[in-house]
Design a protein around this ligand. Structure first.
Ligand SMILES: [Zn+2]
Length: 562
């Protein structure tokens, strides 16, 4: 099992990029490929996003990426509220921000190129208020908005490579040449030992300024940022244990004073934590460590929480205990505890205008019903829940899952096809469609849906691979075959366009020869289809990591025709 986030490299914000599976042999790090022309310009927003997409493809497959719908919905609501407070942070590229949680007990958060912001589970749990969490997220948004990462990437390329650049490049290179990728990854790792990646003081102040502004506009208590950063700094002095966050975002007393000064000029805003915040913290405490010992520790934590503050903490503590019970397969106990959590929440609801907590509680109830084998109840409850919370995509996915578990495949497929028309950018719907078709033993349609899923995730080569399998399955209708053909043309064109954007040299290189950096580029889809076939692989292996055998002139995911 690969663990992108594990290992010594995690001390640096971008350290996660180092433990890349591409490292397999040592090759001289020469003829390093460049992004675009060899001029040392700042990364363009398009390129930055592209690099971010590529890194995220790997990140999402890592076991420490917490793929949990209620958690992601909560964090993205919070992050996007901050972004909406000052939409210009989206920058000229106007890209969407995306927020996610990494399973890691250290206190850290980091931004990747292209608007991806990660929060460690350790930091999420250490936040004593929602405003503290918003402060850290706002600060990271500030780094993205000010294009600090793009600038650092652009600038560092002048002298050598920083780990992020190395890794980003390695990932790009891997799409064309495993050798170049290996060389880059190794040189990046060696460099990482020598240098600590941190933002400059000016960059930190800029990120603070943007962060404070957006959190205040979005209605959070701006002093939450100072209190959290201040607590981290205090811990450093007391225990000589510098939280990872401060290693990547150097803190000075001047910086804190600076923030304090800005806050003094802002109107004071009291922010009452949403119930969702506490419930999600409880959920994350369970997700962070679902081993037997981890569940035991979490349960003890919830019991203590409940004893100390039976009134205010009952919602989150009972929710957490219900989640622990579900993980342990104690379904009746889980249902009872969740019911108590819901009752406690309803008593406090008047003081909490935010009602998103209901979706989080409903989501767990659906899971309890379904996992305990009450599939008909799960369908009924999920159906009602999706009416109550039409904005929750997670509940929609659970509804379909419940339909499938209850054997109502036709209904599930019809509903999914409607949904896929409405939400064309949602890979989960395609994944569910693939699951439904697999159960119906409709192989061509299953692979077609998987192709759509991978393409939406940005893995065009894996998508092409699935189209090849759809064609070979032999059960496609005439119409479905024409869809496969059309999608294949489209994906190949998109893949080629991407190569043009990522390597401008291609324009001068129309015959598909190696460019001077040793990266092979492809002139057009005809060239690919003339020489390459999709590599046959399935499941996990069909993702980005597929690379052709060395020396072949086919891109990852395609192999030379025999
Ligand atoms: Zn920072």
């Amino acid at each position: 099992m690969r663990k992108l986030f594990r290992g010594a490299a995690r001390a640096t914000a971008f350290g996660l990029l180092l433990a890349c599976p591409l490292v397999s042999s040592t090759t001289a790090a020469q003829n390093l490929p460049t992004l675009g022309d060899s001029e040392r310009e700042e990364l363009t927003p398009y390129m930055e996003r592209k690099i971010g997409d590529i890194i995220m493809r790997e990140v999402r497959r890592d076991p420490d990426y917490i793929d949990d719908a209620p958690l992601l919905e909560y964090l993205n609501n919070l992050g996007n509220n901050l972004v909406e407070a000052k939409p210009e942070v989206r920058g000229e590229a106007n890209y969407d921000f995306s927020f996610f949680v990494v399973r890691d007990p250290t206190i850290n958060a980091f931004a990747l190129p292209g608007g991806f912001v990660a929060v460690h589970s350790g930091l999420f749990l250490a936040a004593q208020s929602e405003s503290e969490l918003a402060g850290v997220v706002g600060h990271e948004i500030g780094h993205v908005a000010q294009r600090h990462i793009a600038r650092m990437l652009g600038q560092e390329r002048k002298d050598s490579l920083i780990p992020l650049a190395a890794m980003a490049l390695a990932m790009l290179a891997a799409r064309s040449s495993p050798d170049a990728a290996t060389a880059l990854a190794v040189s990046g790792e060696a460099l990482a030992l020598q240098r600590q990646l941190a933002f400059s003081r000016d960059a930190e102040r800029e990120a603070d300024r943007v962060g404070l502004q957006i959190m205040s506009t979005a209605g959070y208590d701006a002093s939450g940022m100072v209190s959290f950063f201040g607590r981290m700094q205090k811990a450093t002095r007391l225990y000589h244990d510098v939280p990872a966050f401060l290693q990547n975002h150097p803190m000075t007393s001047e910086r804190i004073a600076d923030m304090q000064g800005r806050i003094n000029n802002m109107p004071y805003k009291q922010h009452v934590d949403s119930m969702s915040f506490r419930i999600i913290q409880a959920r994350l405490r369970v997700l962070q460590d679902s081993t037997t010992q981890g569940l035991h520790d979490a349960n003890t934590f919830f019991q203590n929480q409940l004893e100390m503050n039976p009134h205010t903490e009952a919602v989150a503590a009972k929710y957490g205990m219900a989640f622990v019970a579900l993980k342990r397969g104690e379904y009746d106990k889980a249902a009872t505890l969740l019911h108590q959590s819901r009752e406690a929440a309803q008593r406090l609801a008047a003081a909490h205008p935010d009602t998103t907590w209901g979706a989080i509680v409903d989501s767990l109830e659906i899971d309890i019903d379904q996992e305990s084998g009450k599939t008909a109840e799960a369908v009924k409850f999920a159906d009602a829940a999706r009416e109550r919370y039409p904005l929750s995509r997670g509940i929609v996915h659970q509804y379909v899952d419940a339909l499938l578990a209850d054997g109502r495949r036709d209904e599930a497929i019809a509903y999914l096809r409607d949904q896929a028309q409405l939400y064309r950018e949602e890979p989960q719907l395609q994944a569910l469609l693939a699951k439904a078709y697999a159960e119906e033993d409709k192989k061509a349609l299953q692979h077609l849906a998987l192709a759509e899923e991978y393409a939406l995730d940005g893995s065009l080569m894996a998508a092409l691979d699935q189209l090849g399998m759809a064609r070979k399955a032999g059960d496609a209708t005439f119409y479905e075959n024409s869809v496969i053909d059309a999608r294949e043309r489209e994906f190949k064109e998109r893949w080629n366009d991407e190569q043009v954007m990522l390597n401008k040299k291609k324009d001068k290189d129309k015959d598909g020869d190696k460019d001077k950096n040793g990266l092979r580029v492809f002139a057009g889809s005809d060239h690919i289809s003339a020489q390459c076939d999709p590599v046959t692989a399935s499941g996990d292996d069909a993702h980005f990591s597929l690379t052709p055998p060395r020396g072949l002139s086919c891109p990852p995911g395609l192999q030379a025709q025999p």
